[in-house]
Write a protein of this length. Structure first.
Length: 251
């Protein structure tokens, strides 16, 4: 059975095809194209599909999927067994919930701190007893650079460096912005990891998102570094688990 899952993010949309739990196709695009979706539906003879969207509803895409596959509408009401203690589940981002579902399946019985370093940086903690209380939402790297430029008269807009670049010392205005934003974000991420790690040095730290490679590089010297696992397809894996769960429930 082939499943098609789509994660519509703030910056890009990710499209993946799974055969059971094996990822067989992945692409990231700035805008969804129904022609490309139709081609994937035909190429892989897609059986089931679902979509997670953080912004406006992708009506055309969903109609195409409904007409050519068994489509499962994803919401936070879909729950494979997690104790969701989030006070406002209707406002919980679908991408965050998909990541929690993925961690629940990938690391059963483990405490998991899930970090998504994308447009925003989000932190979610799933406990080993399958309880989830929520987490934190912070500014992503590019958003921090843009905010400095937008809310000041004279500070320039600085772009993100490559993931493997060294954070420069702040010897002029340009590098001072780089150092402040990048080193500040690294300290933030390290701080969010340190607290649960201090209580449980076996905690799994799952990091995903476009800026994950930068943080992985910067966190190498920390004592918790061996606990940090790069999961670039975490949202997509969670969506695939949603299909598996819903398929069983409805058959």
């Amino acid at each position: 059975m082939h499943n098609l899952v789509i994660d519509v993010g703030n910056t890009n949309s990710k499209i993946a095809v799974f055969k059971s739990r094996t990822l067989v196709s992945f692409e990231s695009v700035p805008k969804l194209d129904t022609r490309r979706i139709a081609a994937l539906l035909e190429q892989y003879q897609i059986d089931c599909a679902t979509v997670s969207s953080v912004n406006e509803e992708e009506v055309d895409v969903k109609e195409l999927l409904r007409a050519n596959s068994r489509y499962f509408e994803f919401s936070t009401q879909i729950n494979p067994g997690i104790k969701n203690n989030y006070k406002t589940p209707d406002t919980l981002g679908l991408d965050r919930w998909a990541k929690v579902i993925a961690a629940y399946q990938l690391y059963p019985g483990e405490d998991c701190l899930i970090i998504d370093a994308g447009t925003c940086i989000t932190y979610d903690l799933l406990y080993g007893d399958a309880s989830y209380d929520g987490g934190s939402i912070s500014l992503g790297l590019q958003m921090r650079f843009q905010a400095l430029n937008h809310y000041t008269e004279r500070l320039p807009l600085v772009k993100k460096p490559a993931p493997d670049e060294v954070i420069p010392e702040g010897i002029d205005t340009f590098t001072a912005i780089q150092h402040g934003v990048l080193q500040g974000a690294v300290h933030e991420v390290a701080g969010f990891i340190t607290k649960p790690f201090t209580n449980n040095n076996k905690i799994k730290v799952l990091i995903t998102g476009g800026d994950a490679p930068f943080f992985l590089n910067q966190l190498k010297g920390y004592k918790f570094a061996e606990q940090v696992i790069h999961e670039p397809y975490l949202v997509l894996k969670g969506l695939n688990e949603v299909i598996a769960f819903e398929y069983v429930q409805k058959n």
